[in-house]
Design a protein around this ligand. Structure first.
Ligand code: FAD
Length: 647
């Protein structure tokens, strides 16, 4: 019988980034007693790192903008694989979510006439990103935190307890979603500082844990991004959607090695920065794909004129969607025209006065000065692709953010799939967090406290199993059952490094069948070894133990990425196959779903040498005719499958 501490809530939100906090605010405002749990310090979520801005068609800088244009850009960016209803809701609701932030105290940069300023970004037809210098995520999180504190103060006035209706558990990691039959009943978690286990009981759980970048060696992502939410959903029986689509941002730092992968924001290009190869050529003009030819400048002069007069000129190709720019940089480096440290040059120094650079891009200025001893007001940066974002994620209902197949489970933010199709446009994540964070909180609250609300009991056996699973790294000296004797425990750090290297080299920006097969073999080997991942010491703040637990999640999501990438025999958005280099219209309607081989969520029973993931194909819903009518027929012909055109 388990003696783990338990507390009761209506809604538990796992993750305190933009999506989690927005969900928690909504759930509390709709009457649900809500707990937020995060493995970082409160306020330190990955969202804080967001630089460029929030995409919302507010039309403050160009009156031509509206939700329909934003929807169109998002679908084009995602190469029409987006869950179109999500893209529609997102484009329609993003402006209200930005306004709402201002009413809660956010202070965005202004236009000369006092409106919220909006900047250009790749793939967006008009200046659309509301921003605060290049520190937008910080302002977003600060504002949501402030709102949470103000709700807690309201609750204190009424109940005498700040945490009676909204409580944050910081530096705590959730390792399992608990269930009663098919329904959610709560989560199992541990406190990272003390190692103490506890259970939060709740009929609704919102997963908002962000991305998976820490499975790759070169990444812009923070330490939290170990794919926990993706794995929690899989283990709870919810499928993941289109995990092959991983975004490699074109511009990460490449030097010095200790900072390789750290992001260089797209605002640098949005504000006028240009990409050059070792010969000084602005090479992006050679890489404009046919589907975008009519929308992008064909000469440097036209591209430069666009910054001043966007209505009469086309945008420069440095502002193509990220997947296109990342592939172009990769090709230049491969062709021997790279910079000394294996990237290309990104230059603002010849494009803007030093004082403007320092004002508009303060973080970039300090980042390069302090980390690389480069003064970006006087010299070019060296940049190259870095693993940045995962478009794949938990399969959700578009309107409600409910995870498929598991009543009571919801997902929002980067961990949810569908919204961005095969490639996300910059700025569309922060708006996604707000739009679908709110929707997840709303529907989670409705499910928990609405008329149909029930409180499923927590099963002691599951709690004990979760505790045993979490403790296993402390007793890993011996061999796992059925394995030969005498092998020492594996070091979780070594396993993690091998995983990151394999994913980077074999399932990275350019993919090949043989390499992905090799990656799956390597993952099978790592899975066997990870069962012997052992740590010394005790449960009080033990980073090796935390990593040993995170490995389960990274191995699961990496297998999903590799299997789905091997299956999709075309190139689309963030998924580039050297052996299938073109986009195939026949694949436009195909979603790939990953589910756990053992539907009960057990990993013990499965043979670790074999895969843990089953892959199935699913045909997507036809795009609604009024949304299709927003595009020219000639454009649709490039994307839609033959039968869709006839329909
Ligand atoms: P996060 O903000 O990452 O929050 C995840 C939360 O989950 C954290 O609190 C974490 O502690 C918690 N968590 C994770 N696992 C567990 C667990 N097992 N148990 C408990 N808690 C857990 N997008 C834009 O739209 N515009 C931009 O300008 C932009 N700039 C970016 C710049 C950088 C450098 C990077 C890396 C990304 C940028 N992005 C940008 C992308 C965007 O920041 C992210 O996609 C977004 O912030 C993700 O938010 P989220 O709420 O889904 O997750």
């Amino acid at each position: 019988m388990s003696v783990v501490d338990r507390q009761e809530w209506d809604v538990v939100v796992v993750g305190a980034g933009g999506a989690g906090l927005r969900a928690a605010i909504e759930a509390r405002e709709r009457g649900a007693r809500t707990a937020v749990i995060c493995k970082s310090l409160f306020g330190k979520a990955h969202t804080v790192m967001a630089e460029g801005g929030i995409a919302a068609a507010m039309a403050n800088v160009n009156a031509g903008d509206n939700w329909q244009v934003h929807f169109r850009d998002t679908m084009r960016g995602g190469k029409f694989l987006n869950q179109w209803r999500m893209a529609e809701l997102h484009a329609q609701e993003a402006p209200d979510r930005v306004w709402e932030l201002e009413t809660w105290g956010a202070l965005f940069d202004r236009t000369k006439d006092g409106r919220i300023s909006q900047r250009n970004f790749g793939g967006h037809e008009y200046p659309r990103l509301a921003h605060v210098g290049d520190r937008t995520g910080l302002e977003l999180i600060r504002t949501l935190q402030q709102k949470i504190v103000s709700l807690q103060q309201e609750d204190f006035k009424e109940t005498g307890d700040y945490e009676s209706r909204l409580k944050v558990y910081q530096e705590c990691t959730v390792t399992r979603v608990l269930k009663d039959g098919s329904r959610v009943s709560g989560v199992f978690a541990y406190d990272r500082e003390t190692g103490r286990f506890f259970v939060l009981e709740a009929p609704s759980v919102v997963i908002a844990t962000g991305g998976i970048g820490k499975s790759f060696k070169v990444t812009s992502n923070s330490w939290e991004y170990t794919g926990d939410g993706h794995a929690l959903a899989l283990l709870a029986g919810a499928p993941l959607l289109n995990m092959e689509f991983v975004q490699f941002h074109p511009t990460g730092m490449v030097w010095p090695p200790s900072v390789k992968g750290i992001l260089v924001t797209e605002s640098v290009r949005g504000d006028g920065g240009v990409l050059r190869n070792s010969e000084g050529k602005r090479f992006m003009f050679d890489y404009i794909p046919d589907v975008f030819k009519e929308k992008y400048a064909q000469s440097e002069e036209e591209g430069d004129r666009w910054y001043e007069d966007p209505d009469h000129n086309r945008r420069p190709p440095e502002l193509l969607p990220r997947d296109e720019v990342a592939r172009a940089i990769n090709a230049e480096v491969k062709a021997g025209r790279g910079s000394p440290h294996g990237g290309v040059f990104l230059d603002v120094s010849t494009r803007m006065p030093a004082e403007v650079i320092r004002r508009r891009l303060p973080s970039m200025y300090h980042q390069f000065k302090e980390l690389a001893d480069v003064d970006i007001t006087a010299e070019a940066m060296e940049v190259g692709p870095t693993c940045h974002y995962v478009m794949g994620g938990i399969a959700v209902e578009s309107d409600t953010a409910a995870a498929r197949g598991v009543p009571g489970l919801f997902a929002a933010g980067e961990v949810a799939g569908g919204m961005h199709g095969s490639n996300r446009l910059g700025g569309n994540s922060l708006s996604d967090l707000l739009v679908f964070g709110r929707r997840a909180g709303w529907h989670a609250a409705e499910y928990a406290v609405g008329p149909a609300g029930a409180r499923p009991p927590v099963d002691d056996i599951q709690v004990d199993a979760a505790a045993a699973e979490a403790l296993r790294p402390f007793s890993a000296e011996g061999p796992a059952p059925g394995e030969e004797d005498g092998r020492p425990p594996e070091n979780p750090y070594t396993l993690h490094q091998e995983l990151q290297q394999s994913m980077n080299d074999l399932v990275g920006i350019i993919r090949r069948e043989g390499e992905m097969e090799k990656a799956l073999e390597k993952l099978a080997d790592l899975r066997v070894r990870a069962r012997r991942a052992g740590v010394e010491g005790h449960r009080q703040f033990n980073p090796g133990w935390h990593l040993a637990l995170d490995l389960r999640n990274m191995l699961l999501v990496s297998e999903c990425v590799a299997r789905a990438a091997l299956e999709r025999t075309e190139s689309r958005g963030g998924h580039t196959r050297e052996d299938h280099p073109t986009m195939d219209r026949g694949w436009r309607r195909i979603n790939l779903l990953c589910a756990l081989t053992d539907p009960t969520g057990g990993l013990e029973a499965t043979d670790p040498a074999h895969g843990q993931i089953d892959l199935t194909r699913e045909t997507t819903d036809p795009i609604r005719p009024d949304l299709l009518a927003l595009f020219d027929k000639e454009e649709l012909v490039k994307y839609l499958a033959e039968e869709e055109l006839y329909e």
